[in-house]
Design a protein around this ligand. Structure first.
Ligand code: AR6
Length: 166
């Protein structure tokens, strides 16, 4: 079952947390800034060696100072009105992050609401895309978590889950 939790993703004790990064993989703001602050400077030193990341792709790093053992870095699409392939790119972020975790035999994985902050993706739409993609990987994990930063955001996820009849 997909879990919807409210809180700061940096505090989760899971095999990996996913970071909503930028293409350079250098520390930014939002959840990315929080993850880098909690992991410590080793994370940026490591991500500097990864050669960046294309939108929709994912890379993996150790968790360093985090409670999570790994960080999966993915780059969400910047919302441009929905005609620029944003939905497929956002779904790819979820699929590719899950695939990396599956390859590494990780059993618990937590996602933030990728692209819904600075990148401007409408939150309800993003929740639908996230849940549709994650449902396809659910069976491969003991815990698959959507970590929302507010109760309001979590409510959007719960609404999508109930509309989908799960
Ligand atoms: N834990 C969980 N969720 C959080 C946290 C947290 N600690 N902090 C913020 N959120 P954003 P994006 C939520 O802007 O839109 C960075 O500068 C937040 O409420 O972090 O993909 C990168 O370097 C929102 O719902 O990511 C990129 O340049 C969600 O995380 C750019 O921002 C995503 O918001 C990526 O933009």
């Amino acid at each position: 079952m997909i879990e919807i939790v409210v809180g700061d993703i940096t505090g989760l004790e899971v095999d990996a947390i996913v970071n909503a990064a930028n293409a350079s993989l250098m520390p930014g703001g939002g959840v990315d800034g929080a993850i880098h602050r909690a992991a410590g400077p080793e994370l940026a030193r490591f991500t500097a060696t990864l050669g960046g990341c294309e939108t929709g792709e994912a890379k993996i790093a150790p968790g360093f100072g985090l409670k999570a053992r790994h960080v999966i870095l993915t780059v969400g699409p910047i919302w441009k009105g929905g005609q620029g392939g944003e939905e497929a790119l956002l779904a790819s972020c979820y699929h590719n992050s899950c695939r990396l975790a599956e390859q590494e035999k990780l059993r618990s994985l937590a996602f933030p609401a990728i692209s819904t902050g600075v990148y401007g993706y409408p939150k309800a739409e993003a929740a639908r895309v996230a849940l549709e993609a994650l449902r396809q990987h659910e069976a491969n994990f003991d815990r698959l978590i959507c970590c929302c930063f507010s109760e309001q955001d979590a409510e959007l996820y719960r609404k999508q889950l109930s509309e989908a009849g799960t």
